[in-house]
Ligand binder design. Structure first.
Ligand code: CDP
Ligand code: MG
Length: 145
C-alpha cells in the first residue's frame, strides 16, 4: 500500500545549495513528489513541529537552527515511503551515517544534518498537514523509468 512521508531539506542544506541534490535522490529512488514548497519557520513554528522533542537537551539549538533560514518541505509517496526515506537519509549523526546516504554526503553535524523524514505513520499524520492542505497535494502517475 502506498504511504506518504514528510521530508524537509533543512536550512544548512538549502544554504549549501543542495536542494536539487536531495530532491534528486528521492526522485531517482522512485518516490513520487506529491507536494513541495519553500518556507521560513519562525521559532515558535519550529518548536511546534518538533514538539515531541521539547525538554530534550538539543531542543533549543535545534529550533534555533530550524528557524535560521528557509527550508524546503516535501511530501513523498511510495509503498514503504517512510522506511525508504529514512534509509536514504542515513543516521541522525552524519559521522555514523552509511556511505552514499544524504546525511553522509551533505550534513555537517548531528544538529545540522541536512534533512528530516517522518519516523512513523503517526508522525507523518501530524507533519504532513502541518505544512500542506489537501489542495496542495497532488496525485499523479509517475512515468516508468
Ligand atoms: O531527524 P532524526 O529523526 O534522525 O532524529 P531525532 O532524534 O528525531 O532528532 C531530531 C533532530 O534533532 C535531528 O535530526 C537533529 O537535527 C537534532 N538533534 C540534535 O541536534 N542533537 C541530538 N543529539 C539529536 C538530534
Ligand atoms: Mg525524528
Amino acid at each position: 500500500m502506498s504511504e506518504r512521508t514528510l521530508v524537509m531539506v533543512k536550512p544548512d542544506a538549502v544554504r549549501g545549495g543542495h536542494v536539487g541534490d536531495v530532491v534528486g535522490r528521492f526522485e531517482a529512488a522512485g518516490l513520487t513528489i506529491r507536494a513541495l514548497k519553500m518556507i521560513h519557520l519562525d521559532r515558535q513554528e519550529a518548536e511546534e513541529f518538533y514538539r515531541v522533542h521539547r525538554g530534550k537537551p538539543f531542543f533549543s539549538g535545534l529550533t534555533q537552527f530550524m528557524s535560521s533560514g528557509p527550508i524546503v518541505a516535501i511530501v513523498l509517496e511510495a509503498p514503504g515511503a517512510i522506511t525508504q526515506v529514512r534509509r536514504l537519509m542515513g543516521a541522525t549523526d552524519p559521522a555514523k551515517a552509511e556511505p552514499g546516504t544524504i546525511r553522509k554526503d551533505f550534513a555537517s553535524s548531528i544538529e545540522q544534518n541536512a534533512v528530516h523524514g517522518s519516523d512513523s505513520p503517526e508522525s507523518a499524520a501530524y507533519e504532513i498537514p502541518y505544512f500542506f492542505g489537501a489542495l496542495e497535494q497532488h496525485a499523479y502517475e509517475r512515468a516508468a523509468r
